[in-house]
Design a protein around this ligand. Structure first.
Ligand code: HEM
Ligand code: HEM
Length: 179
């Protein structure tokens, strides 16, 4: 079977969004453990102003997620019909939407009863389930080669187009530049 490849733009948007989501998820876990802890806490405390760190990561996440969603709804439309690809995007929408309505002093002042706060926590759990389902879907569909194709950081020119005009390697067959 031919090795699957992914468009570079999708890999960049998908990868940066996934990293930002991971950052939000983990920093959210620390915020939850420090100020909430109704269903358990981490066995250690992490020094630092994690509400601010989490808020900043959330600010970074928003534009990345908007661009990924724009890509998925246009060029990636066909793949978005697969529920295991669409669900992470929906969960992300809920997390960001509720996150924008959060107040940073709610956890500090013990205001854990707000509906928006509960929605934000729900989105946090949904993201974990959605990404796990997404990975299961990817591995079921194309195994490790498909997963790897999205994680690849190789950005090459279109080799079929040949070397650019005037490039020295164009004159020598199998020649590799050692610059
Ligand atoms: C994957 C999970 C999560 C994502 C993607 C996420 C995303 C976001 C986003 C986008 C914001 C808005 C930031 C802004 O524009 O100011 C935000 C705010 C906030 N989130 Fe989360 N969040 C997640 C999990 C959590 C968890 C588990 C908690 C724990 C209680 C939490 C607590 C907060 C708080 C307190 C704010 C307000 C911070 C501020 O305004 O500076 N988040 N979140
Ligand atoms: C927060 C984490 C993630 C989010 C929000 C997310 C979101 C998405 C979305 C929206 C698509 C569809 C793109 C399109 O319509 O063109 C997609 C596809 C894909 N994702 Fe993710 N993803 C995440 C994590 C991951 C991870 C960790 C991997 C691991 C390799 C992965 C591998 C893939 C692959 C291989 C496809 C293409 C699947 C296909 O051809 O049907 N994703 N992802």
């Amino acid at each position: 079977m031919a090795r699957p490849t992914q468009p570079g733009l999708l890999r960049v948007l998908h990868g940066t969004t996934a990293l930002a989501v991971l950052g939000c998820w983990l920093s959210g876990l620390v915020v939850y453990s420090t100020y909430d802890g109704r269903w358990g806490r981490l066995p250690f405390t992490v020094p630092g102003n994690w509400i601010d760190i989490h808020g900043s990561l959330g600010v970074v996440l928003l534009p990345l997620a908007v661009l990924l969603a724009a890509y998925a709804l246009t060029k990636g439309r066909r793949r978005l019909r697969r529920p295991t690809n669409a669900i992470p995007l929906l969960a992300l929408g809920l997390a960001i939407g509720s996150g924008k309505l959060m107040q940073e002093d709610w956890p500090r002042t013990g205001q854990l009863h707000h509906v928006v706060y509960s929605l934000h926590l729900l989105a946090w759990l949904l993201i974990a389930a959605a990404v796990a389902t997404h990975l299961w879907g990817v591995l079921r569909l194309g195994g490790w080669p498909l997963a790897q194709s999205m994680l690849s950081t190789k950005f090459s020119r279109n080799l079929a187009a040949g070397p650019p005009p005037g490039h020295p390697s164009g004159a020598v067959p199998n020649h590799r530049e050692t610059l």
